[in-house]
Design a protein around this ligand. Structure first.
Ligand code: COA
Ligand code: NAD
Length: 703
């Protein structure tokens, strides 16, 4: 028999219930069972008067065991475990530390007193997994902290720090003690001296908010849910349960929780949670020691160079930034300072830390010799192969042996960049996303000769910067931009055939994207795509359809937001943009003489084409080995391209939609354009065999 992860220890008048279930003390079936046994042992312990419930390791219980979700539930169920704690005749005090989330907080709400060590964070993040609290969280929290706070925490899933939790009444205080056990010991002594009896939250009256308050809260929740069902269901359940007796409210909450458990959104969000964690786990790098990185060089102080410098400085590393001349260097330093002051304003950085890092850890230079000691250099100069190769020749000459040489190119061939150095094994792509100090994604582009140790260093760097690293092979645009080019092209074809860019944006925002492709185009600047099309014009296949309308906009000086006009008009009246009535005339002119024009596209057809293009390109990327697993692609689109998290990423979405249906759609689109629409053999094969992309994530049936 394996030992229980929960122990009961009798120590005179105080009993200690400790949970030890690494890594995060999640509420596995064994922990739930152990808690019941420990409460029984405490109840039977005739000398103990008060019990202290605490956890070993890095955190108090961080929630239900997510890996058990979607599988048959095993007894004892959590609500019953918590009710055993709450109904214990003698007081139980929970002492929290770390991240007390979901079921962890629900367990704590079953206790009769709660303390939290400094730095503790509490929350009910179930909605972020497509769920809602299912073990009393939405019934007990309003009774303890009031209606407004409960609605806020439960429908947003956000975490509150210890001080806020005290202010909200969720915890009783922040002890000054060495560790949770010592804090509990002192508190238990006080409870015993004061002869305090258990205070049950279930016995507190439920708040009775006014109709107006409920209405306003509902409007807020519906507005921010944007397609997600869990926050809305959590809200309605919480509100309805306020009018019920406690036991009935608990059963009502549980049934809503079990309903949500069956939804595709729950499956998608949990897929996203594990995909993010698996993306950074690289079987091939096990046991390989990353190189130490303390001093970082950055070449180019434009948009990306500044953002990367901020991200690297925020991780506590040292930065030397190289620009072409003193003037550009000063501009870069000023831009960086402004960016960091923005972080100070948002409360992400203290003013002292900001000043200190800019003074002691940051400098600019124009001479590459300043990089002689760098452990890592990240190049972020213009997107031009000749310029980049020249930079890498210089780096090869000045950098010390063992320095990692990285390029932030968006599209260019990392092998060709590595080839101009005498040390291609040290060269790698680090594709940051803009703004680089905020976006979580880092594509780690492994070239043919990159050493495993260098790849391991890149993953370690991503972690140090608080980013999610995803491995990609070398191809035009790597995983993300290559997919984006394909689905953007599918959208452009629809516009050439008669769809309005506004209809396309609207359909995709309705699908759940943060922005539609033409809104994104305006934001990034239409000149970028224009320049790429000019570069490729000479080698373009004559069958390729060109979005001439986009070229016309650029030629008319309409570059997007930065010029106040692109697909949309941006001005004081509509800073977020409004449709331009003149666009239709331009489109009509461009479409004249094109085959297939004047077609109409329903929202469903727009989504079907856009998503089929995305999934098909993803399948090709897998087939070529550019991405190792479908989950890597999902993480790239979720973190770099505004893909709706509650749809799990394109490859997860494709599985849910059915690969057969997608393959059939592609065959239908190919009837009118068999140049663009070529089904990926991998997609065709999986569809024919009735399999899913998920089977390639798990290795199940992988060939
Ligand atoms: N159930 C099962 N496994 C969990 C888990 C949970 N609730 N929470 C974390 N894990 C696992 C992770 O998958 C990871 O496993 P791995 O090392 O095999 O990849 C490991 O625990 C560590 O988690 P990680 O997220 O890498 O650590 P962290 O210190 O950055 O963050 C938490 C810790 C608890 C803040 C974070 O994991 C988290 O938010 N977990 C989800 C909590 C939650 O939503 N609970 C409510 C469930 S209803
Ligand atoms: P940018 O034009 O804003 O900045 C480039 C900077 O590099 C300029 O300040 C320029 O003075 C400097 N520079 C040029 N040659 C140099 C040299 N030899 N030595 C030192 N400095 C030099 O460009 P950006 O948007 O920051 O893009 C930089 C790189 O990052 C490109 O490869 C781009 O494709 C890539 N990238 C851009 C984005 C984005 O959204 N802007 C996203 C990911 C990757």
């Amino acid at each position: 028999m394996t030992e229980s992860p929960v122990a009961y220890e009798s120590a005179g008048e105080t009993g200690y219930i400790s949970v030890d279930n690494p890594p995060v003390n999640s509420l596995s079936a064994a922990v739930r069972k152990g808690l019941v046994e420990a409460i029984d042992a405490f109840a039977a312990d005739t000398t103990a008067k008060v019990a202290v419930l605490y956890c070993k390791g890095r955190t108090f219980i961080a929630g239900a065991d997510i890996s058990e979700f979607g599988k048959p539930m095993v007894e004892p169920y959590l609500p019953d475990v918590i009710s055993r704690i709450e109904n214990c005749a003698k007081p139980v005090i929970a002492v929290l530390h770390g991240t007390v989330l979901g079921g962890g907080l629900e367990v704590a709400l079953g206790a009769h007193g709660r303390l939290a060590m400094p730095g503790t964070r509490v929350g009910l993040p179930e909605v972020t997994l497509g769920l809602m609290p299912g073990a009393g969280g939405s019934v007990r929290l309003p009774r303890l902290a009031g209606f407004a706070a409960a609605v806020d925490l439960i429908t947003s899933g956000r975490q509150a720090g210890a001080d806020e939790a005290v202010a909200l009444g969720i915890i009783d205080g922040i002890p000054d003690a060495a560790d949770p056990r010592a804090a509990g010991e002192a508190e238990a002594r006080r409870w015993i001296a004061e002869r305090r009896s258990p205070r049950q939250i279930s016995g507190l009256p439920a708040p009775r908010p006014e109709e107006d308050e409920i209405k306003a809260a509902r409007a807020r929740v519906e507005r921010s849910a944007r397609g997600q069902i869990a926050p809305v269901r959590a809200f309605e359940t919480l509100v309805a349960a306020l009018g019920m007796p406690f036991t009935e409210a608990m059963a009502f909450e549980r049934s809503a929780f079990l309903d949500l458990m069956q939804t595709p959104q729950r499956a998608a969000l949990i897929h996203a949670f594990f995909a993010e964690r698996k993306a950074v786990q690289q079987e091939g790098l096990k046991g390989i020691q990353p190189r130490a990185i303390a001093k970082v060089g950055i070449i180019g102080g434009g948009t990306m160079g500044q953002g990367i410098a901020a991200a690297v400085l925020n991780a506590g590393l040292d930065v030397t930034l190289i620009e072409q001349d003193e003037e550009a260097a000063a501009r870069a330093a000023a831009g960086l300072a402004k960016m960091q002051q923005g972080a100070v304003k948002r409360g992400k950085l203290s003013p002292e830390a900001c000043d200190q890092m800019l003074r002691d850890k940051f400098r600019t230079a124009v001479d590459y010799a300043a990089l002689a000691e760098a452990d890592l250099v990240i190049e972020a100069v213009f997107e031009n192969m000749d310029v980049k190769q020249e930079v890498f020749r210089k780096l090869d000459a000045v950098c010390r042996p063992g320095a990692v040489l990285a390029t932030n190119t968006s599209y260019l061939d990392v092998n060709a960049i590595a080839a101009v150095t005498s040390r291609p094994a040290d060269v790698i792509g680090l594709h940051f996303f803009s703004p680089a100090n905020i976006m979580r994604l880092l594509e780690i582009v492994v070239a043919d000769k990159t050493a495993p140790e260098v790849t391991a260093t890149a993953f370690a760097l991503a972690k140090a910067l608080g980013k999610t690293g995803v491995r990609s092979g070398v191809c035009d645009g790597f995983i993300g931009n290559r997919m984006m080019n394909t689905y953007r092209t599918a959208a452009d074809h629809m516009v050439l055939d008669g769809a309005s860019p506004y209809d396309i944006d609207r359909a995709l925002v309705r699908f759940g994207f943060a922005m539609g492709p033409y809104q994104v185009g305006d934001l990034a600047g239409l000149d970028i795509g224009y320049a790429a099309r000019q570069r490729k014009a000479a080698s373009r296949d004559p069958r390729e359809r060109v979005p001439v309308f986009a070229d016309r906009l650029v030629e008319a000086g309409r570059l997007g937001r930065k010029t106040g006009r692109g697909y949309y008009i941006y001005d004081d009246e509509t800073p977020q943009g409004r449709p331009d009535p003149e666009l239709e005339a331009l489109l009509t002119e461009v479409r004249a003489g094109q085959p297939g024009n004047a077609a109409t596209f329903s929202d469903e057809e727009i989504v079907a084409r856009y998503m089929a293009a995305m999934v098909n390109e993803g399948a090709k990327i897998l087939e070529e080995g550019i991405a190792a697993r479908p989950l890597d692609i999902d993480v790239v689109l979720l973190h770099g391209y505004g893909f709706p998290r509650w749809r799990g990423g394109p490859m997860h979405w494709a599985d849910a939609e059915g690969l057969g249906a997608i393959a059939q759609n592609i065959a239908r689109f190919a009837e009118t354009d068999d140049f663009f629409w070529k089904v990926s053999p991998l997609l065709a094969r999986l569809a024919a065999e009735g399999r899913t992309f998920e089977t390639l994530n798990t290795g199940e049936g992988a060939s």
